[in-house]
Design a protein around this ligand. Structure first.
Ligand SMILES: [Zn+2]
Length: 171
């Protein structure tokens, strides 16, 4: 079963639900379909297009924001799926300051890396091998990370996630 991206009335990404639940929200006039999924639900009276993206008709207040969970998927997404040292496709997670040297497992010390760079770097510090980061790793911000954290993305959703903190390379 495919999933549907739910946007707030303000277009802020809120979450991911099943197409069927999304359809019920639309039929109950609680949401509006703004992107069709391309698949159709057949029922006795006819057929109806299933939504890929819906937008709530009434604004929903989000009481608080969770920090973005530190997962392999989220780290790859933040770093555009590329090795931060050589831009090859990322295949592993590297601790900038090696864990054996006291480096933490946190957003500021993890980056996506390719196998080759990870192997070359091993337990060395960047300055020992003359490498440097183009930018300092940070915790990602933006509502789009609620969606990325679910691990479900869809090319149709990209244009709705981009204004909320997701780079085009990610989805
Ligand atoms: Zn690399």
């Amino acid at each position: 079963m495919s999933r549907t991206l739910v946007l707030n009335a303000t277009y802020e990404p809120l979450g991911v639900i099943t197409e069927r639940r999304a359809l019920i929200l639309v039929l109950n006039h609680r949401a509006t379909m703004i992107e069709e999924s391309g698949s159709v639900l057949h029922f006795s009276g006819g057929e109806i297009e299933l939504p890929s993206v819906i937008r709530l008709n009434k604004f929903v207040r989000i009481p608080y924001r969770h920090a973005v969970p530190l997962s392999r998927r989220a780290i790859f997404a933040r770093d555009g799926g590329r090795c931060v040292y050589c831009t090859a496709p990322a295949t592993s997670i590297d601790h900038v300051i090696p864990r054996s040297r006291g480096g933490g497992h946190n957003w500021e010390n993890v980056v996506s890396a390719c196998h080759k760079c990870n192997h070359l770097k091993a337990d060395k510090q960047l300055k020992e091998i003359g490498w440097r980061l183009r930018q300092l790793p940070r915790e990602p911000v933006g509502a789009a990370w609620r969606i990325l954290g679910t691990g479900q993305t869809n090319a149709r959703w990209l244009q709705y996630l981009e204004p909320f903190g997701v780079a085009a390379a990610t989805a």
